[in-house]
Design a binder for this molecule. Structure first.
Ligand SMILES: [Zn+2]
Length: 258
């Protein structure tokens, strides 16, 4: 699998729904190179590094996380092994530190599902990706920020905006103003657990305001191909219309099949 070039300085390894692998981004500054999200496993991260090498692109020295969900973070062990420093917002870091203490025996997994701390969609996909829970190694980030972090990569700027979004309370929007590009993560997606529709609508509207103030041309979603900002807004509008008819917003993996 190859990285697709999105702008002069931005590439993306496309997502793979078979085991819920998200998009992995690559941003090339003159001094620093940044990976966006760590992959859902060391194997996924390795695929990214191999694709970079095959395309003659130097390895990243930094990684930023869009949120703590397993599919975006469980590849971190491979990054630590390669000496790549990882940056997360405080809420993401707290989630990672909690998950690092999780036991992965069948009883422990079943117990978390009963208590609503995890959902079957994720535990099933983890088994699809790894084959067994035994190989899981959850690693926290190296650098932690709150609200906003700006990185000068050399000739290009990276702004990390923390948002309490509809998908998770630990969303980070990765904005590259010079390239008019924004990595959205899953920020505009449904939550993993059902929430009151009113809460979802409020968080969606807050996210929309932040996105409109950043006004990118191109948006790279966590689980889809790059799209125009107008497309993102149309999707968010459709999602708001649906939620306005509901009492509760249902997680996407529980939605009835079309
Ligand atoms: Zn997610």
């Amino acid at each position: 699998m190859m990285l697709n070039k999105c702008t002069e300085r931005i590439w993306v390894l496309p997502p793979d729904p078979a085991t819920d692998r998200p998009s992995l981004g690559y941003i090339q500054g003159d001094r620093h190179r940044v990976m966006v999200d760590a992959g859902n496993s060391p194997a996924h991260a390795l695929l990214f590094f191999q694709a970079l090498e095959a395309q003659g692109l130097p390895q990243p020295n930094l990684c930023v996380l869009t949120h703590s969900h397993w599919d975006h973070t469980y590849g971190l062990a491979e990054l630590r092994h390669r000496g790549v420093y990882t940056i997360a917002c405080r809420k993401t870091q707290e989630d990672l530190q909690n998950m690092a203490l999780w036991s992965w025996t069948e009883e422990a997994v079943a117990d978390r599902l009963r208590r609503g701390l995890d959902v079957p969609f994720c535990t099933t996909m983890i088994l699809e990706e790894y084959g067994t829970y035994d190989a899981l190694e959850i690693v926290p980030a190296d650098l932690v920020f709150e609200d906003l972090l700006t990185l000068d990569l050399g000739g290009i700027t990276l702004n990390l905006h923390q948002i309490n979004g509809p998908h998770t309370p630990d969303g980070v929007l990765v904005h590259i103003p010079e390239e008019k590009t924004l990595f959205l993560g899953d920020a505009d997606g449904n939550p993993l657990l059902r929430v009151p529709a009113r809460q979802f609508l409020e968080e969606l509207s807050n996210l929309r305001k932040v996105l409109e103030s950043l006004n990118p041309l191109q948006v790279i979603p966590g689980h889809g191909p790059p799209e125009t900002f107008e497309d993102t807004l149309v999707e968010m509008e459709a999602s708001a219309k649906e939620a306005a008819q509901e009492l509760y917003r249902i997680p996407y993996h529980e939605a009835p099949l079309p």
